[in-house]
Design a protein around this ligand. Structure first.
Ligand code: EPU
Length: 416
């Protein structure tokens, strides 16, 4: 298994290009199940999660042609309706094929995702929504088995906004009979990206980006060419990398879209962030002020940036309160950050971080995707050598993070 080694303490300096968004690419790939013909998806990142969904789609009968960061996708010859356990257990977002398969084939058999490192993460709201649209749903031997001769529109109220739940029901509804209204829907940019792609395919989705989405079912959809938005979590991670290393980093071709909350918090902590043409530039003056954060749904501060911010607060001037409200177990990085000298106390969903003058390199273990990023950031700032094992978590969701950091001047490399 690979590990990443960092000799910390070098300020980052230079320009970096942000890859396509993992969490937008996954549902748009699933959406290609909705209709045959060749779709072209541009800006698809090269990630392990993308390989996983491609494997699931291939098993179902989807074919791919890859041209650099563009992927041509064809679902003319579907031969199966199953997403098997061995793939779903490695990536919960596999559940995204449920809605489109049900819409296209009238049946789907998806292994029920188990709990994961960051929380129990049930899918009850996906299933209730599909049931309200006329699907029969059974649980058989660890699989969700869904059937429907024709889905119909429904008024669906989410108890809490769910990103993949909203995406699944959107995909199920675009060809359903009649109108579906999703109340308390997720407003995340990745949901918006999917809805925009569906409309380009001929769907009738309105209220995109609001918490009430209305979908009027259509009979036919067409294949399309669509370009995925850049990854806001990767962008935010590089801004924190600039801050934590006292560096100066330009995100080439990335404006401030979708990361307003992260930029606001970075500015509050004393980091200079400017727009420069189509780019965004982060510059640190060497001092990090402690600030409090609370994760919430978009446009609030994203849970996917909580671990990275915590690494920054470990060397801030003062106390910082970090509240995680989306997932119940998203503090797995804390015990590893403590091994690097961080002073963090956890009380339920709150972490109290007391900023230190410095962190020290240590051997640490990544526990999930964003925790890996947090440890890398801590390693960039720490005195001495940090060795991060289990970096396969990182490869699920960051394209070439170590290479990109190396191009920005950090002393980082990978070992088998
Ligand atoms: N929830 C339920 N029932 C459901 C669905 C969700 O109780 O049926 C709960 C969850 O347990 C959680 C909350 O609702 O407490 C919100 O979860 P959501 O469904 O929005 O999360 P998700 O769709 O499973 C996506 C991203 C996550 C990101 C969250 C929150 C994808 C593929 N994944 O997950 O991304 O953290 O939204 O923004 O889009 C990551 O990239 O590292 C990652 C974990």
């Amino acid at each position: 298994m690979d590990k990443i080694i960092i000799e910390g303490g070098i300020p980052l300096n230079g320009e970096v290009t942000i890859s396509g968004a993992k969490n937008a690419a996954l549902p748009t790939l699933a959406a290609c199940l909705l209709t045959g013909g060749w779709h072209t998806l541009n800006n698809i990142p090269k990630l392990r999660d993308i390989s996983t969904i491609k494997n699931i789609l291939s098993d179902i009968g989807v074919s791919f042609e890859e041209y650099g960061e563009s992927l041509r996708v064809n679902s003319d010859n579907l031969k199966d309706d199953t997403a098997p356990y061995n793939l779903v257990r490695t990536m919960r977002a596999s559940i995204l094929v449920l809605g489109p398969l049900l819409s296209r084939l009238g049946k789907a058999r998806i292994s029920l995702p188990g709990g994961c490192a960051i929380g129990a993460r049930p899918i009850d709201m996906h299933l209730k929504g599909l049931h309200a649209m006329g699907a029969d749903i059974d649980l058989e031997h660890g699989y969700v088995v869904a059937k429907s001769s024709r889905l119909h529109g429904a008024d669906i109220f989410f108890d809490i906004p769910t990103v993949t739940g909203t995406e699944n029901l959107l995909m199920a509804a675009v060809k359903a009979e009649g109108t579906t209204i999703l109340h308390n829907a997720a407003k995340e940019p990745e949901v918006v990206d999917l809805a925009n792609m569906l409309n380009k395919m001929g769907a009738q989705v309105s209220g995109i980006g609001t918490d009430i989405i209305t979908i009027t079912g259509v009979k036919e959809l067409d294949p399309v060419e669509y370009t995925i938005i850049p990854d806001r979590v990767e962008a935010g991670t590089f801004l924190v990398a600039a801050a934590i290393t006292n560096g100066h980093v330009r995100l080439r071709g990335y404006g401030d879209e979708y990361i307003e909350a992260v930029i606001k918090k970075l500015r509050d902590s004393g980091i200079e962030i400017e727009k420069s043409g189509n780019d965004i530039v982060a510059k640190s003056n060497g001092k990090i002020k402690s600030i409090d954060i609370k994760t919430t749904q978009y446009p609030g501060f994203p849970t996917d940036m909580q671990a990275q911010f915590m690494a920054l607060m470990c060397i801030a001037d003062g106390w910082s309160m970090i509240r995680e409200t989306i997932f119940e177990n998203r503090f797995m990085h804390v015990s590893e950050l403590r091994r690097m000298g961080a002073d963090i106390e956890i009380n339920g969903g709150q972490a109290l971080v007391r900023g230190q003058d410095t962190l020290f390199g240590a051997q640490v273990m990544a526990t999930d995707l964003r925790a890996s990023a947090s440890l890398i950031l801590a390693g960039l700032a720490a005195k001495g050598r940090t060795e991060i094992s289990r970096v396969y978590h990182l490869d699920r969701g960051y394209q070439d993070l170590d290479k990109k950091l190396s191009l920005l001047g950090s002393n980082i490399w990978r070992e088998k």
